[in-house]
Each structure stands twice: as C-alpha cells, then as structure tokens.
Design a protein. Structure first.
Length: 414
C-alpha cells in the first residue's frame, strides 16, 4: 500500500468524526438562532399590583362610560396587558415561515360530547362562552406542544359587521367571527396554568360568511340557537347540543395552522398561551352572525333605561406588536420527503447519497428510533427557530453533501 492510499484510508476512518463536527456546528447554529423563550414564572406581586387599581372601573372594549376602561387603557389597571408577548397579532405571510419541525395536531376525544350532550352557556358581558362536563375531557396534544392540554371552555369574538370581528388577522384581513378553544396544561389548575409561560394552549378558528346558497359549517345553527338564549348579560343556561362535538370546529386535525407564543386576549392578559390558529376558516351565515350581534353586554343604558341597553359587538382586542417573536406555520406534507419528515425520519437523504438503493430506503423508513429528534418543545421552555433557519437548513445540507461527496471521492480513489 502506498503512502497516499494510507492517507486516504485514515481520512476515510476519520470521516464519522467530520460528520459529528458538522452536527456540532448545526446544534450550535440552532442554539444561536433559536433562543429559548425565557420563561418567567409570573409573580404573585404583579397580581397584587393589579388589585391596587380602582375597583369600580371594569374593562370593556369601547369604554362608553366613566366606569368602563377602554381597550387602549387596559394596561393602566392590568400591567401585563403592556407585555411583549401579547395577543392577538396579525399573521403577516411576509414574515411567517414554514417550520418543517412542526408536527400535526393530535385531537384526543374531540368527538366526545359532554354528559347528556349538555353544555353550559354563559354571556359574561365580554364573550359568549361554552363549557361542559366530560367523562373524558377532550385533549389537545401533538403539534410540538410540550405536553397534554385539557379542554376547558370555548368562546366567541365577533364584529358589528362582516368586515371585522376576529381577534387575529391574516395579511390585514379580519374575519366576522373567531372561536377560541381554551385548553389548560394537564395536572395544572387554571390558576396555575395562567402563571406558566406555556400553561395554556388555545386553538383559534376563524369564520367567513358563507356565499349565497352555501351552507354554514355543521351545527352552527345549534350554537347560534344557544347564543340566542343568553342575549341578556350575566345569563348562564344549560343547553343540549345533540351530536355537537369539538370536531365540528376543528374538522381536520391535519390542517395548516399558525403557531406563536402569546397571551390571553382579555385582562389580566397573562402571557401563558401557546397559540395555534387554524388557516382554514369555517362558514357562518349572515343571519347567524346577526344572532351574535343581538347579544347584549348591559341590560340597561347609563340612564337606567332598557331602551339604551348596549350591544356586545366588536368584542375583539386590536392586534398587538409582535416585538421579537416569530410566527411559524405548519402545512401538511404533500410529498414523500415530507411524509417521512412528518414521521420523524430525517436521515433518508444521507442514506440515499451513500447508497441509492431501494432496500436501503426501506430500512431507513423502519428506523423511527434512530431518526433525528423532532423539535418538541420540552419542559418550561419552548424551542423556536430564527427566521433565517430555512437558509441554515439549506447551507447545512450543502455542507453535508460536500463532506459526503469528498468521502465518496476518497473511496473511489482507493
Ligand atoms: Zn378569546
């Protein structure tokens, strides 16, 4: 064996080391571009501060009397409303990026109904809210959430006309209605969950007005009939909604969604929410919207007259600054590569470069266990990628391919 062959052999033996160096660089890159979200256990002190504000003023959206705190002044009584991860936000597709690490949602028992199909419906003067007693409460999992989240309640935000109403906007566009499905982290009470940076997981779903002769989404008529019964503020009623389950609001778990870190959209604006906002809107008719618009937030006006009772409309908070947050989104994979990635297999490219052999491909498909870890947000912090992560992925792939090509060249030389 001549000297140059020996050098090549040594280089070949050292190639795994090169690869691990490359991996190391990737991890370092990911670490730099994906700052962990700082999780602050919101202290009880700020809650106490909130209580020091005058109690006779209550929060509203419009602020139509001296006793009403308008949305722009919420922070004067609820300091958290002035935080840097507030909701809602606008999803600007120019700045949102597809995160290939994101996985589909897993909706557990979303087809279950509460006992006797009975829902408790409340008009609390801010929203109309539905909750129920479930033997096995629906759970939200998957979608890179850092655990399991138990369904707590759902509620609606709407506008006085079809051009506004939703809390979240997509590329400047408002929707007439938005439902929020609120889930709290398993084994935490709501009180504990709101103090945890990832204590709540809320799904937002928009509605658009159905075109003429187009049907509304299934069971919307049942929902609307329930809303009709609680037009008076402070009303809570039990209503039976046969065959209605949360599946009707999220009909397909494997649909595209936006993901970002935010807050409750009502005071005290706890920054505790991992938001999942579905891209596909549901359908509502104009006459169903008018039922929402007939809900009252005060039973009498300032003069005490019922004739001047105030309608609960435009009960949405304006979009909040994004600050340094990222908006990512998930779309279901359409190609073979995407499906494999979805299954957590991301070494297939390496296998193909070394040996473009169908047998090998099959073997790689079976290697779930050794596939690269999905970017599952773990523990109290959530991993996020920087906006330029797509470029990083490309440059990493190119670097890897270069190394592999060099190794292949060396083998040929030998
Ligand atoms: Zn809400």
């Amino acid at each position: 064996m001549d000297k140059s062959s020996l050098i090549f052999r040594y280089l070949f033996l050292l190639s795994p080391l090169f690869l691990s160096i490359v991996q190391g660089i990737e991890i370092h890159h990911a670490g730099r571009n994906a700052p962990a979200v700082t999780v602050s256990n919101n202290s009880r002190t700020s809650a106490l501060l909130q209580n020091s504000a005058p109690q006779d003023v209550h929060w509203t959206y419009k602020g139509e009397s001296e006793h009403e705190l308008p949305v722009a002044q919420w922070a004067s009584k609820y300091p958290k409303c002035d935080g840097r991860r507030q909701s809602p936000i606008m999803f600007d597709m120019k700045y949102a990026f597809k995160d290939t690490d994101l996985r589909r949602l897993t909706l557990v028992d979303y087809d279950d109904a509460p006992v006797k199909d009975q829902w408790s419906v409340t008009n609390n003067g801010h929203v109309v809210q539905f909750s129920g007693y479930f033997r096995t409460p629906p759970q939200l999992q998957g979608g890179n959430l850092p655990g399991k989240y138990i369904f707590e309640q759902m509620h609606f935000h709407w506008g006085s006309n079809a051009t506004l109403g939703s809390e979240h906007l997509v590329d400047q566009k408002s929707f007439p209605l938005e439902v929020h499905l609120v889930h709290r982290r398993k084994n935490e009470t709501m009180e504990e969950a709101v103090e945890n940076a990832v204590g709540l997981a809320v799904i937002g779903v928009m509605f658009e007005v159905a075109k003429t002769r187009e049907a509304p989404s299934r069971h919307m008529e049942d929902i609307v009939n329930a809303v009709r019964k609680v037009t008076q503020p402070g009303t809570t009623l039990n209503v039976t909604l046969p065959y209605f389950s949360l599946n009707e609001l999220v009909p397909n778990a494997n649909q595209s969604y936006f993901r970002y870190l935010g807050s409750l959209t009502t005071p005290p604006c706890h920054e505790a929410v991992l938001w999942t906002v579905m891209m596909e809107p549901l359908k509502v008719t104009e006459s169903q919207m008018n039922v929402f618009r007939s809900v009252l937030r005060t039973s009498t006006g300032e003069s005490g007259s019922r004739a001047t009772a105030r309608f609960l409309t435009d009960n949405f908070r304006p979009v909040q600054p994004l600050y340094d947050r990222n908006i990512t989104y998930y779309t279901p994979p359409e190609d073979e590569e995407g499906i494999l990635r979805e299954a957590g297999i991301n070494r297939i490219n390496i296998q193909r470069v070394i040996k473009p052999n169908p047998e090998n491909t099959r073997m790689a498909t079976d290697t779930h266990g050794i596939a690269g870890p999905a970017a599952v947000a773990a523990g109290p912090t959530t991993r996020r990628r920087g906006r330029n992560s797509a470029e990083n992925i490309h440059s990493k792939a190119a670097f890897k391919a270069l190394i592999l090509a060099a190794i292949a060249g060396l083998i040929i030389c030998l």
